[in-house]
Design a protein around this ligand. Structure first.
Ligand SMILES: NC(=O)c1ccc[n+]([C@@H]2O[C@H](COP(=O)([O-])OP(=O)(O)OC[C@H]3O[C@@H](n4cnc5c(N)ncnc54)[C@H](OP(=O)(O)O)[C@@H]3O)[C@@H](O)[C@H]2O)c1
Length: 266
């Protein structure tokens, strides 16, 4: 029996599968995609085995659903007959806004289901993946799964009812952070910096600030105050951000993403 089967290896399924291939023998990982050529190309890139949905449903212990939420029902309908004759398969979903109960309902029965919410940064081993599992998942199986996922970055257990809120920060956040990085670089270019240097400074500054916040546990508001010398330039920048509604815009972005996540729930 293969350990992992990834149905869908696009942006996110592919990033999680590639991370798993660092810790699980790649030959234990089956992958499928909508286009066979995509599955083959992905398999070749990390040493996994190109396969198909039916084979994965028949033989993988962890059946990881990496398709878009709107494709999920169709894929589950396809693999359901295979899973019905097995007792040892564990479904893993990463679909935004779809609960473990939704998955069980679509499958017409009680299945062990693990729900994960990874983010873009799993591609560089610095992701934050939120997870929860239903009560049919045995602790040792959950631990085996999490151990294989550990190359993605941090893993954090969160009760499922908080998953959509967590996803709005951790899952959608990379897009917001990239917009901030882009705007910083644009500002630098407007002040005469070459584009490449402006981008590099913005990215390294974000990395360093995030590390500082994590390593010291200093609240971000205190760190901000520490950088603002009385009468200095940073507080003038803070003033400009407040005039532009920066903090309110970011809060609204998270709330809008959260509301959209909830909309997906059937
Ligand atoms: N992107 C993110 O930042 C993010 C964050 C958290 C969670 N998620 C979740 O991750 C899931 C995947 O999103 P994504 O952004 O990775 O999507 P994506 O890049 O579009 O990838 C979708 C994958 O599904 C495959 N696929 C489509 N139909 C299939 C079928 N019938 N059988 C098998 N595979 C099929 C596609 O194959 P082809 O390439 O051959 O078409 C592709 O490999 C979604 O549920 C999303 O909510 C995404």
């Amino acid at each position: 029996m293969a350990k992992f089967g990834f149905i869908g290896v696009g942006n996110m399924g592919g990033a999680v599968a590639a991370a798993a291939a660092k810790l699980v023998h790649p030959q234990e990982i089956l992958v499928s995609a909508g286009h066979t050529s995509h599955a083959e190309a992905f398999a070749q890139s990390c040493g996994a085995v190109a396969s198909d949905n039916d084979t994965i449903a028949q033989s993988a212990k962890f059946v990881v659903l990496g398709v878009k939420p709107q494709m999920l029902e169709q894929v589950l309908r396809q693999i359901r007959p295979w899973l019905e004759i097995r007792t040892d398969a564990i479904l893993v979903t990463m679909a935004a806004g779809i609960t473990m109960q939704n998955i069980a309902d679509m499958m017409g029965g009680g299945y062990p289901v693990i729900r994960i919410m990874p983010n873009l940064s799993v591609q560089v081993g610095e992701g934050i993946t939120l997870y929860d599992a239903n009560d049919r998942v045995r602790q040792e199986d959950l631990e085996e799964f999490l151990a294989a996922m550990s190359a993605t970055g941090k893993l954090d257990h969160v009760p499922e009812h908080l998953m959509d809120a967590g996803a709005a920060v951790a899952g959608c956040g990379p897009a917001f952070a990239c917009m901030f990085a882009e705007a910083l670089a644009d500002g630098g270019v407007a002040c005469g910096l070459p584009r490449q240097k402006a981008r590099e400074y913005a990215a390294q500054m974000l990395l360093g600030t995030a590390k500082y916040l994590q390593d010291t546990s200093i609240p971000s508001a205190v760190l901000k105050d520490n950088v603002c010398s009385p009468g200095g330039s940073t507080i003038q920048g803070v003033r400009a951000l407040e005039q532009g509604g920066f903090r309110s815009a970011v809060m609204e972005a998270v709330i809008a993403a959260y509301e959209k996540n909830k909309e997906f729930i059937k």
